[in-house]
Design a protein around this ligand. Structure first.
Ligand SMILES: [Zn+2]
Ligand SMILES: [Zn+2]
Length: 381
């Protein structure tokens, strides 16, 4: 069986699935219609299906080894501005990240794998997950048993920064880890004309914000990457009143867990140190939302060998500071998060992910399917 030839045979089917999902986008944890369609097909093709909320874990085959392939199914709260026949029929909701394409590509792979089940020397597990967009659906799927018995996992994202039809493979850190922090600095309020009788939290917060900006510039090695952004500051209501407290929020991004730890430690030290210097108190909470997506080097090399064997064009892909909950699977099981280039300037497909005019070059989706089938076939040899 040649995965590329098989995928090419169902190229139009993959496109029509994608258009159907595109027309009826569903937000995180609301993927009822999408998952129902996926489940019906999988049952018809002989998969053993387990439900985890609006997510699906589906197995086929038996053997010593198990490979998992993952697609995400959720859309975004965006009003589509594309003028295409398959435009979103749901106001204010749109598949603007390409998860419709991911679901369609993996459905295509599911069909091919089922039709050639006897050629796969092991078990293939398909994970159709909800809520990648800020919902950490991956965590729910893992809690639901998605990784039990799994030896390797691969996921795909269509990628607007890569030319159409190229599989992007990056070893090591590929997408950033992300965290948020929120804080409250409490001083002692009073009259604006009598600052000496107060502990003014506003200059204390200003000093804190400036000090936070030294984490990336002075503490993180210049060779490494990190982001600390204070994105919200709220205090006071009047011209002549020194407020009691200042509230702040922000986000952090990092590629390496140790840089994430360093950033968090320095944030804590800065809040503590600046507050102490001025006699203020503070509350601080830092929450790590998503770890960095770190592709296993051996699995990335394996993917490259598979692409070469079947003549699938591939190349490197630049890491991004965006975050992806596929990282949770990679914390537990070796694997890689791969990309499929969908940028096609001639067709006007140039808008970034999460843009109201985002679209994908549908003519190459079969290559994602082919690569998924090929990864399973070769891993289970
Ligand atoms: Zn997205
Ligand atoms: Zn996405």
């Amino acid at each position: 069986m040649n995965p590329v030839e098989e995928a090419l045979k169902i190229k139009e089917q993959i496109i029509s699935w994608r258009r159907d999902f595109h027309m009826y986008p569903e937000l995180k944890y609301e993927e009822e219609r999408t998952s129902k369609i996926v489940e019906e097909h999988l049952r018809e093709w002989g998969y053993r299906v387990k439900r985890v909320g609006t997510g699906i874990i589906a197995d086929i085959g038996e053997g010593e080894k198990t490979i998992a392939l993952r697609a995400d199914m959720d859309a975004l709260p965006i009003q589509e501005e594309n003028d295409v026949p398959y435009k979103s029929r749901i106001p204010g909701k749109m598949h603007a990240c390409g998860h419709d394409a991911h679901t369609a590509m993996l459905l295509g792979a599911a069909k091919i794998i089922a039709e050639h089940a006897e050629e796969f020397n092991g078990r293939v597990r398909l994970i159709f997950q909800p809520a990648e967009e800020g919902g950490n659906g991956a965590v729910k799927m893992i809690e639901g048993g998605a990784l039990e018995g799994v030896d390797a996992i691969f996921g795909f994202h269509v990628w607007i920064d890569l030319p159409s039809g190229i599989i992007g493979i990056q070893e090591g850190p590929f997408m950033a880890g992300a965290g948020i922090f929120s804080a409250r600095i409490t001083g002692r309020g009073g009259h604006g004309a009598s600052p000496h009788q107060t502990v003014d939290p506003i200059p204390i917060s200003a000093e804190t914000i400036l000090a936070l900006q030294t984490i990336v510039s002075r503490n993180v090695s210049p060779i490494e990457t990190g982001v600390v952004s204070v994105t919200a500051v709220h205090a006071g209501t009047a011209f002549n009143v020194i407020p009691e407290e200042v509230e702040m929020k922000g986000t952090i991004r990092f590629f390496k867990p140790e840089i994430g730890d360093l950033i968090q430690r320095r944030i804590r030290e800065i809040f503590r140190g600046v507050a102490m210097a001025h006699g203020a108190s503070y509350e601080l909470s830092i929450e790590e939302l998503v770890p960095p997506t770190i592709n296993d080097a051996e699995m990335a090399r394996f993917a490259r060998r598979v692409a070469e064997k079947y003549g699938i064009r591939h190349g490197g892909v630049e890491p991004t500071m965006g975050a992806e909950d596929f990282a949770f699977y990679l914390q537990k099981v070796p694997g890689a998060f791969l990309t499929l280039g969908i940028r096609n300037e001639e067709k006007g497909i140039i808008h970034p992910h999460h843009h109201p005019r985002f679209d994908v070059d549908e003519d190459v989706l079969y290559l994602g399917t082919a690569m998924e089938v090929a990864l399973a076939l070769e891993f289970l040899r």
